[in-house]
Design a protein around this ligand. Structure first.
Ligand code: ATP
Length: 503
């Protein structure tokens, strides 16, 4: 799986999907640029989400709020006080760690030890092996697994009570029992705010301290009444927004999974107080169906219901995806109560209420939020699409099976040879198709090599122009996934391709 992840990263670079930011200056950590294919895939994912959320719901509208917001926003939202990661430095290695991640790594090590024992036993017992039974009865496996649970629980308790001294003590105990960083020389644990600060205005005295927004949601909350009034929206209704968010993440590994500058696609759905849990269930269902609609194996997704809730939530779940490094959060669905709107009422002194004509009363609505990282969605799609196949003749091919609706180029037009008028006809075909789709052109190398290149770049269709095309007005269309080839008339191409690539 580590191999698979490395392949994903190098393939993304080689085919113009993702580059390290400022690479010629040795890069900027946890910041990435999207290349010529990446930007198309990213736009297509964003549109696919927008269509499903805004276009398909007559009670959801869009918004595009600014990245800069009044600084009081972040006091009201709780980000100034509570958007922290616990950090610890190692005095010997001079390395900085997130304390919770360090402890989770210890726990994972114990888990791996348990898994090794299980694998060994499975080999020994062969077909007769019952993994569930072994896990719950073998003392050594039980020991590792219960120790793992114990340290995770102690960490959760200490973090909740903000008992940072105990978090440090736990790390020190674990370092002795099971060395990970190879050192015992730790500093105290300190809370570190994840927001990026900046200044608005030029003069030193009057410049205002600002933050780059760490989430897009607050732009929706502060505009709740503007949208409700100008759009004459009735509850329940939603506001959707996509845009950049910024977090000074400390543990920034795992490629575009955790970035310092990333993009979110969020929707806040405003409902009557008391009806929020019904809508919460409804949105969980709706969102998982959206993921399933892309056609990947449904086993790759799972819900993780939160037991420990954030201060603003009365129910929360993640949709997790099986990334090359295991199941991790892809999207969050949160029942945020009236926490945000009430907080903005308090800090702004303005009422943020809805008059409900059916109930004949005014109230602060409750909110269900769906929040997904566009870049994480990109990584899920890209890593799941990248496949190595052994063909019937024994040869191998690398193919990027991006769902056709999301693929950067929908087709590539390939003249069989670079002469006899074939390139000219190919370009004519492109002129016909380009109003409807992105189409690539390639005339270099043997046709088989070109097919492989388009397979690896994720193009769902190759259209080959040959000498017969000049007389019979037909071309060969080859399907990326099945590699099936068919002869079709040039003027039917728009329909043949359109059927497969439209939402
Ligand atoms: P995590 O626990 O992974 O840090 P989170 O719970 O802080 O995520 P939310 O604040 O709920 O995440 O943000 C909603 C979504 O935004 C996440 O589900 C994820 O897809 C995306 N997201 C959050 N932080 C990042 C990041 N640093 N880089 C890329 N995407 C992110």
């Amino acid at each position: 799986n580590e191999d698979k992840f490395k392949k994903v990263i190098s393939h993304a670079k080689e085919y113009g999907y993702i580059f390290q930011s400022s690479e010629i200056y040795d890069g900027l950590s946890a910041v990435y640029d999207y290349g010529q294919n990446g930007v198309e895939l990213k736009n297509n994912i964003r549109n696919y989400w927008w269509k499903a959320m805004v276009q398909m719901h007559d009670n959801i509208v869009g918004l595009d709020a600014a990245i800069f917001m009044h600084p009081t926003t972040w006091k009201a939202s709780g980000h100034v006080d509570a958007f922290n990661d616990p950090l610890i430095d190692n005095k010997d290695s001079k390395k900085r760690y997130r304390a919770d991640v360090l402890i989770e790594d210890f726990a994972e090590k114990l888990n791996q030890k348990a898994q090794k024992e299980i694998e060994k036993a499975a080999k020994r017992f062969g077909d007769a092996f019952d993994e569930e039974q072994y896990k719950t009865t073998n003392p050594r496996v039980l020991g590792y697994l219960s120790k793992k649970d114990e340290i995770l629980q102690r960490m959760a308790r200490s973090l909740e009570k903000e008992d940072l001294a105990d978090v440090k003590a736990l790390i020190e105990e674990l370092e002795i029992a099971c060395p990970l960083s190879g050192s015992k020389n730790w500093t105290d644990v300190k809370q570190f705010n994840l927001m990026f600060g900046t200044k608005l205005g030029a003069s030193v005295d009057s410049a205002m301290d600002l933050y780059l927004r760490p989430e897009t949601a607050q732009g929706i909350f502060v505009n709740f009444l503007n949208v409700q009034k100008s759009g004459r929206m009735k509850i329940p209704f939603g506001i959707a927004q996509t845009g950049k968010a910024f977090r000074n993440e400390i543990v920034a590994r795992q490629f575009i999974f955790r970035m310092r500058e990333f993009e979110q696609m969020e929707m806040q759905f405003f409902v009557r107080p008391g009806e929020e849990l019904k809508w919460y269930e409804e949105w969980k269902e709706n969102r998982i169906k959206w993921h399933y609609s892309l056609g990947f194996d449904q086993k790759k997704y799972r819900f993780h219901d939160h037991e420990k809730l954030a201060h603003y939530a009365n129910a929360a779940a993640d949709i997790e995806f099986d990334f090359p490094f295991g199941f991790k959060e892809l999207e969050g669905i949160h029942s945020r109560t009236d926490f945000d709107l009430k907080a903005h009422e308090k800090f702004s002194g303005k009422k943020l209420q809805f008059f409900d004509p059916e109930l004949n009363e005014s109230y602060v609505p409750y909110v269900i939020e769906t929040s997904i990282g566009l870049d994480r969605m990109f990584l899920a799609i890209f890593s799941e699409s990248l496949q190595e196949e052994i063909l019937t003749d024994g040869s191998e091919r690398t193919v990027l099976k991006i769902p056709a609706v999301l693929a950067p180029n929908k087709a590539a037009v390939l003249p069989l040879v670079k002469k006899d008028g074939l390139p000219e006809l190919a370009k004519k075909i492109i002129d016909q198709l380009k109003f409807d789709f992105n189409v690539d052109y390639d005339e270099k190398d043997a046709i088989g090599r070109r097919y492989r290149r388009q397979d690896a770049a994720g193009t769902p269709f190759c259209i080959t122009v040959d000498h017969e095309s000049l007389t019979d007005g037909s071309v060969t269309i080859r399907h990326r996934d099945t590699m099936e080839q068919k002869r079709v008339k040039i003027d039917t191409l728009i329909d043949v391709i359109g059927k497969e690539v439209s939402v």
